[in-house]
Write a protein that binds this ligand. Structure first.
Ligand code: BG6
Length: 595
């Protein structure tokens, strides 16, 4: 998920592009760049690794037409060369792109065989080269539309040609809007980028190509027809817009969960095949997960899933404690799960694992992050940048990769693989149902927001759900919430129960159901208010608890996804009711880079 912008008007393009990009940095911030057409029909390009930072004095060149990009690397590590804009061989055509060109490798090999020289490792660079190729026998916008016919995947891009006073932009499964000002036009991945200049926008559709020049703009639809489009006014303030209209980044990111699931499946599943390079597992006898915080809870789900689907023994270790164990690891795969890829404890644990002869794999959300430089293998989650300190969508993305890893390492017959993939493909629908029922979750949250303590319980696959639910509540509401295996309660925590200690029971309809129900009754018998998280087909549990948080039914092994999204919302609304600083909770950081 990157941020792209384009400007056509009367202002200095370099200044407009930079201020617009700064408003899109929540979409990606590992490198940035702009290209501006000079008054003498030259193309000036500037690109740099890192966040934009203070560029108040920055000036590239005169010129009122330009494009810009802030990057969230997916193909090719963050570097000056891989930063956008990318250009053709002669540097006359520049392109900024958001999305993934899935057939880029094939296109690149073909273009290289025709003499094109590539500079970067990105998928994007095929676009300016394709346009260049077609410009040899047609005009600029025709060449862009010809290039489109060869592209597969998701993309929104804006193209600029040094000797043309126009911008050509295209949208296909990646966000792109057109901002309409007085005598000036703006392209952007999202509304925050343009609100400083105009609140009049055209919402583009997949398949649209837009040409902006001195005569104005025209939108060409996927069938080549000129589309009659509406210019609409955006009712948002700038800060609201950055959060996409949500009050907090955390709520926005919780609502991104369905898309994150779709993107992960799109990345790793082709038809009914899990296309995940599992070289990392060849010859290993067991797996050890090392991680921290929310990633540790994903590891607990990973253990359950991989042992169940693939029968490989799995151990889960807190990365910070792993350093104190002396176990031989010669035939072990040590997997570090870390969304940021920068958590020092996890990095140190992986370094130790390597010293002890283990093979290492990182599951991370950040391309080019430190962890990717020390491990043997990397699997990326596709959650896009997560701004809120509290991990939500990256947790769900980690679970998705772990399910697919479990399928890949399993010996399940094709029919079972197909069935399992079908149930994974249903998850976005189920999660959207939970998001649609958010008002009900808010009402429950408001009832429980004044407590100072809470206990979360679960069994089997419900245990990691309880642990993560408790962590979310702790992180942002400052309620002292603890997660326990339900069977552990009677060995101590029972002493804490009573009317001031609500219990959140994660009740999953599998082989743990009956005993979980009796645990719930034991808790009720000690006067604790009980919130049961249970699926919609459960006709028993409501009889024994104060309130039920209903979840659409899925296979029990998939409940960590559905139940966790509901518990993310519960924690969010409790914290909101308590007036907590949700996106930047006290004493916490998005990633802890010290041990
Ligand atoms: C903490 C974050 O600093 O690190 C948590 O506040 C996170 O949200 C934990 O789960 C681990 O981070 P990572 O990046 O290694 O998954």
């Amino acid at each position: 998920m990157c941020g792209i912008v384009g400007y056509f008007g009367f202002r200095r393009a370099d200044r407009v592009l930079i201020s617009a990009l700064k408003r899109l940095e929540y979409r990606g911030y590992d490198s940035w760049g702009i290209a501006v057409k000079t008054p003498d029909n030259e193309l000036k390009v500037y690109k740099k690794t890192g966040a934009i930072g203070d560029v108040s004095e920055f000036r590239l060149c005169d010129g009122c037409i330009g494009i810009g990009h802030t990057r969230w690397a997916t193909h090719g590590k963050p570097s000056d060369v891989n930063a956008h804009p990318h250009t053709d061989c002669e540097g006359k055509i520049a392109v900024v792109h958001n999305g993934i060109i899935s057939n880029f490798q094939r296109l690149r090999e073909k273009l290289e065989s025709e003499g094109h020289k590539f500079r970067s490792e990105t998928d994007t660079e095929v676009i300016p080269h394709l346009i260049e190729k077609h410009c040899s026998n047609m005009n600029f916008e025709e060449a862009v539309m010809e290039a489109l016919k060869e592209l597969e995947g998701s993309y929104a891009f804006v193209a600029l040609k040094g000797d043309e006073d126009k911008l050509v932009a295209c949208r296909c499964k990646s966000p792109l809007i057109l901002g309409v000002g007085d005598g000036e036009y703006f392209f952007a991945s999202d509304i925050p980028a343009i609100l400083e200049y105009t609140n009049r926008v055209v919402y583009l559709e997949d398949g649209d190509t837009v040409i902006v020049d001195s005569s104005g703009f025209r939108v060409i639809g996927s069938e080549g027809e000129i589309r009659d489009v509406k210019v609409e006014a955006v009712p948002w303030s700038l800060s609201e817009a950055e959060k996409g209209g949500y009050e907090h980044f955390m709520l926005k990111e919780i609502h991104e969960n369905p898309k994150v699931i779709e993107d992960t499946l799109a990345e790793y599943v082709k038809e009914d095949e899990v296309e995940l390079d599992a070289k990392f597992a060849v010859g290993v006898s067991d797996i050890v997960f090392v991680s921290c915080g929310t990633s540790y809870h994903a590891s607990l789900v990973g253990k359950y899933v991989i042992e169940k689907l693939a029968g490989i023994p799995v151990r889960v270790e807190y990365a910070s404690e792993f350093n104190y164990h002396d176990t031989p690891l010669t035939r072990t795969l040590v997997v570090g799960i870390t969304q940021s890829g920068e958590t020092a404890d996890t990095i140190e644990a992986l370094r130790k694992a390597k010293r002890y002869g283990a093979r290492t794999l990182a599951i991370t959300n950040v391309l080019g992050s430190s962890v990717t430089r020390i491990v043997d293998h990397v699997l990326y989650t596709r959650a896009g940048p997560e701004i809120s300190v509290c991990a939500t969508k990256t947790f769900i993305a980690q679970l998705m990769v772990l399910y697919l890893m479990g399928v890949k390492l399993s010996t399940m017959p094709r029919s079972e693989v197909r069935e399992f993939l079908d149930s994974l493909r249903l998850l976005p629908v189920k999660v959207r149902e939970i998001l649609d029922s958010e008002d009900g979750i808010r009402e429950i949250a408001e009832k429980f927001a004044d407590y100072s303590n809470m206990i979360y319980i679960g069994r089997g696959i419900g245990y990691p759900i309880a642990m993560e639910g408790a962590l979310k509540m702790k992180e942002i509401s400052y309620i002292h919430a603890e997660g326990y295996p339900a069977g552990e309660l009677k060995h101590g925590p029972f002493a804490l129960l009573g009317k001031d200690m609500p219990v959140v029971a994660c009740v999953v309809r599998d082989n743990t159901y009956d005993i979980m129900l009796s645990n719930v009754k034991e808790v009720k018998a000690r006067d604790s208010p009980v919130i049961a998280v249970a699926d919609e087909e459960d006709t028993e549990v409501h009889k024994f608890v104060d309130v039920v948080l209903r979840i659409p039914a899925v296979e029990s092994i998939l409940t960590p996804v559905t139940y966790s999204v509901a518990l993310q919302l519960l924690a969010y609304y409790v914290a909101r009711t308590r007036g907590c600083e949700i996106d930047k909770p006290r004493h916490l950081a998005k990633s802890v880079t010290v041990e």
